[in-house]
Design a protein around this ligand. Structure first.
Ligand code: 1HE
Length: 266
């Protein structure tokens, strides 16, 4: 299966080396707001990537802001019915579930606003890297809206129910080290979040694809299971992954002491 980059209009899709791809929201004049076409392009890319040999993905936003969330102008002008908007939300879920459960590591490179649906998008990535300009908010309450792209699940997972409700009720904004401490991002950098995300993507791309597949799908699936079923599923996944022939050389290198050891960073 091949990725046809010419089919994307609102995304810029680019192959780098070592199987790393960069996907950039490409509507900076609209602060990368998510209109229906952009969501369809995300569904398409993230459905194709796992079967196209993609080993890791950097998800970025063009311009000063990662993503301003739902395209409020399109939503306003479309004057959607409840059923219309339910179907829109289901397409958001299709895209974001393909990301979270697709088995390919996705590293989000964040800057500026990561708000509303932009935070829902970022929280479907496996790793989030923020820079000093990045801020997180859920302005839905102020706009007369509610989250529809998975925030009730994923943002709650990241920061907990009470903080998520506070963000929605009061428009509270999180930024800086506090955002990392709460779990909204795993990294904060002085310079470019894109460069750090690219570095992490290349690091993840060195892992065997089957290991990454398990890490970037099984963990999420198991969260949805009872502890008993999750333990069973973990054993089954480990049965497959931990006996893969491709891992033998890595295990042999550990045994003959040629493989790098795990060391503390001091
Ligand atoms: C937009 C959008 C948008 C900007 N939909 N067009 N999200 C929000 O409530 C966030 C709304 N946006 C903002 O608060 C600000 O635009 C930003 C903080 C992101 C950026 O501020 P700034 O001063 O750089 O830009 P701006 O002047 O406000 O906007 C520049 C342009 O982007 C302008 O268009 P123009 O044609 O007049 O130049 C804006 O209209 C456009 N723009 N944000 C559409 N969101 C599945 S349910 C999810 C529910 C939600 O996501 S609710 C949260 C929505």
């Amino acid at each position: 299966m091949q990725i046809d980059i010419t089919r994307y209009k609102n995304l810029a899709v680019e192959a780098h080396d070592e199987g790393v791809w960069v996907v950039t929201l490409n509507r900076s004049t609209k602060r990368n707001a998510l209109d229906a076409d952009t969501i369809e392009e995300l569904v398409d890319f993230f459905s194709t990537a796992p079967r196209a040999g993609v080993r890791a993905i950097v998800l970025a936003g063009s311009g000063d802001h990662f993503c301003a969330g739902l395209d409020l102008i399109e939503h306003h002008q479309a004057d959607r019915s409840p059923a219309d908007f339910m179907h829109i939300c289901l397409r958001w879920h299709e895209a974001f579930n393909k990301m979270e459960y697709g088995g390919v590591p996705i590293i989000a490179a964040l800057q500026g606003a990561v708000v509303g649906g932009g935070l829902e998008l970022a929280s479907a990535a496996h790793i989030r890297v923020m820079d000093k300009t990045t801020y997180f908010a859920l302005p839905e309450g102020q706009r007369g809206l509610f989250t529809g792209g998975g925030a009730t699940i994923r943002v709650t997972d990241l920061v907990g129910k009470a903080r998520m409700i506070d963000m929605m009720l009061t428009g509270r904004v999180y930024q800086g080290q506090e955002a990392v401490d709460l779990g909204l991002a795993q990294y904060i950098v002085e310079g470019s979040s894109f460069e750090k995300a690219l570095e992490l993507a290349h690091k993840a791309a060195q892992n065997l694809p089957l290991s990454n597949f398990a890490i970037c799908s099984a963990v999420s699936h198991m969260q949805n299971m009872s502890a008993l079923d999750a333990a069973y599923a973990e054993a089954v996944v480990a049965g497959v992954v931990n006996t893969q022939p491709e891992a033998r050389a890595r295990l042999a290198a550990f045994a003959d002491k040629s493989a790098a050891r795990v060391r503390a960073n001091y």
